[in-house]
Design a binder for this molecule. Structure first.
Ligand code: FMN
Length: 191
């Protein structure tokens, strides 16, 4: 697979960074994808790291084309990383997924949907910005920050949003798609 042609809608891979059995991360990612799908012209791919085998013992330097998600990440023009905060940082499974790839991230934008207890996961995001800089990805200023999202789940485990949350998601998607379109052209003009 190759990144979308210039006139195609930006394709966005939404990564679920938590793989815990009792996680809330998948509910948050499902909400974000459903919300993003209401905007015209976005091609969305939910990449759940809990469904992907990326053994820690096989993490290669510089990326590994044997990754089961290499093609899906390579096809994306942009990424949304849904991340919790664990001990003031990001989950090990998410870091491993970043480390398993390299070229898939290069010169593409990354936005964050973060969550946690009091901080809403912002310490994980600030650390992820440093990691993504190393793989030449550009992180957006806008993001979605959820404090105690487990208090927003309905009886079916679905996240119940509100106007501020929808506004934050829309601002994030607007910024991300601007970068996605600009960098897609830039990658083609200046490979
Ligand atoms: C190992 C671990 C460490 C955590 N450390 C923090 C933390 O430093 N700051 C915070 O706000 N929440 C922390 N939490 C709470 C998580 O953000 C919360 O449990 C969240 O639901 C985890 O995401 P998940 O359910 O999708 O895995 C921690 C949770 C775990 C499991």
């Amino acid at each position: 697979m190759t990144p979308q042609e210039n006139n195609a809608p930006p394709s966005i891979a939404v990564l679920v960074g938590s793989v815990r059995q009792s996680r809330v991360g998948r509910s948050i990612a499902d909400w974000f994808v459903a919300h993003a799908a209401r905007r015209n012209g976005l091609d969305l791919d939910l990449v759940d790291l809990a469904e992907v085998a990326l053994p820690f013992a096989d993490t290669p330097p510089g990326g590994n084309s044997a990754s089961p998600i290499s093609g899906r990440l390579a096809a994306a023009d942009a990424f949304v990383v849904v991340t919790p905060e664990y001990n003031h940082s990001f989950p090990a499974a998410l870091k491993n997924a970043i480390d398993w790839h390299y070229q898939e991230w290069v010169r593409k934008p990354v936005a964050f949907v973060s969550y946690g207890a009091g901080s809403g996961g912002i310490r994980a995001v600030e650390q992820l910005r440093l990691v993504f800089a190393e793989v030449q990805a550009a992180t957006t200023r806008s993001g979605v920050v959820l404090r105690a999202p487990w208090e927003r789940l309905d009886d079916n485990g679905r996240l119940v949003d509100d106007e501020p949350l929808r506004r934050a998601a829309d601002a994030t998607l607007s910024e991300l798609t601007w970068w996605a379109e600009a960098l897609r052209v830039a990658r083609q003009v200046r490979p």
